[in-house]
Design a protein. Structure first.
Length: 176
């Protein structure tokens, strides 16, 4: 009987302690910028799976795999740990962020927070390619208004070693 009463009091005390504290969620901190130092290297590219250097004229992709037209943005890194390309939740994956600005159309595309994807060995020594491209969608924006216009595409990567690298290219957007 005494053991049951002690157990009940212990459980009651634990429940009371669990109820204490504030109801506010824990702030995970900013998703970008991440603490880092310059180093390594990243190269902008295109291609859905296979990396190809980004050309001066970049095609807007329209197909049934995504409801809105998009740009395929790929990357290749040097000096940044590749992480695990088969586990997007691996905390050692590089954080890769893409921004596309089309000033003539007053349009900025991309995500506020980076993607957490691993990289795979590249055909080039000591280099790793993103496992697949990041698709930057245009949403409901009419892409015929950006065809022939210049876009500034920026890619930023922070590795698990806190090394930061970025690349930027001015390209002309075209429809197929």
């Amino acid at each position: 009987m005494q053991l049951t009463r002690t157990f009940e009091c212990t459980v009651g005390a634990l429940l009371l302690l669990a109820a204490c504290g504030d109801d506010e969620p824990v702030d995970p901190g900013p998703c970008w910028p991440l603490p880092s130092k310059p180093g390594g290297q990243v190269e902008l590219g295109i291609g859905d799976i296979d990396f190809k250097p980004m050309p001066d004229v970049t095609m807007i992709v329209r197909n049934a795999s995504q409801s809105d037209p998009y740009l395929e943005v790929h990357s290749r890194v040097h000096g940044i740990p590749p992480g695990d390309p088969f586990n997007s939740l691996d905390p050692h994956n590089p954080k890769t962020k893409v921004a596309v600005v089309i000033e003539a159309a007053g349009l900025s595309l991309g995500n506020e927070c980076p993607a957490s994807l691993g990289y795979v060995p590249a055909s080039e020594a000591d280099a790793f390619d993103l496992i697949h491209s990041l698709r930057i969608g245009f949403g409901a924006f009419p892409v015929d208004q950006v065809a022939g216009k210049q876009a500034r595409i920026t890619i930023e990567v922070v590795g698990s070693n806190k090394i930061y690298a970025s690349d930027e290219k001015l390209v002309t957007l075209m429809l197929p």
